[in-house]
Design a protein around this ligand. Sequence first.
Ligand code: MRU
Length: 341
Amino acid sequence: MRTLDWEDGAVVTIDQCALPHQEITLRVRTVDELIDAIKRLAIRGAPALGIAGAFGVAIAARTHLSDADRPLGEAAARADAERLASARPTAVNLRWGVEQALASLGDGPDAVLATALRLMDEDDRMNHQATVNAADVIVGLCPDRPLRLLTHCNAGALATAGLRGTALGAVFELAERGLVEFVIVDETRPLLQGARLTAWELGRAGIPHRLSVDSAAASLMARGLVDCVVVGADRITANGDVANKIGTYGLAVSAAYHGIPMVVVAPESTVDEQLKDGALIEVEERDADEVRQVLGMPVAPEATEAFNPAFDVTPAELVTAVVTEARVMRSEKAAAGRTAR
Ligand code: MRU
């Protein structure tokens, strides 16, 4: 089953806020509902946001282009598209998906929907190829067998419109090749995408995994329990800097210290050639309550101030390889610093 699809005029998806305890199907029929689903992370993960954005423009086109006044209808659809594209600022895929769909606006609502459906099919193919490429890269980088892999956040099927995701898809590919001993799953505070979503996906796939608090990662590396860190990305700038879920940068620093390869898996649509480097990436700052609470339960005094950046930026030199469906970008500096243990 696809984790994001289009059915009878609605975006159909699994509500990621309710997982893993409830599997609720969401049917999103309006742009406002879609923006709400994106903001509260019912739909999340960079590639999934791209496809959702494209479907959002299809909804906007159906809603407004039937207006008698065509220029007015187009202006209203473009205004909706802009609201969608800015619902979350860091993952470049969201604006990318919106813009791809907007390019068909002049040809009418059916053309916009056709574009969104094409992007959805391509998402599957591209991510699948990226996972095969990444598995090959990881095999080349890691001499020990079977592999102990560490991942952060959720870069699985849930984070895409496809069937197995990006970084977690590479894990699935390696498991199919019989190469995985276990996966260490960072719980990924504050919203626990690792615990709630990645553990759920790995459990369904029957891949051995252990959940771990984020702050244990460095010590697990020091104990020799990690052969490779494999994560997704929300935006990769022209120089190879990588924005991903908060905590990724810390993992990269620890991995470099311990001589462990750090592999990023993403579709080309996550590469933002317009931005020179990671300093230019807008990092989404989310509500402080997400830090003061755990799944809605207060864990800090109510008035406590908090930082809540949803992402961080890992400099290219700490990333051993960025793997897409089309290429492998290797950092010479990162490669030089990593030796097999
Ligand atoms: O805030 P989220 O859950 O949307 O953050 C998602 C991530 O950081 C993922 O690692 C990234 O989008 C890659 S998903 C293939």
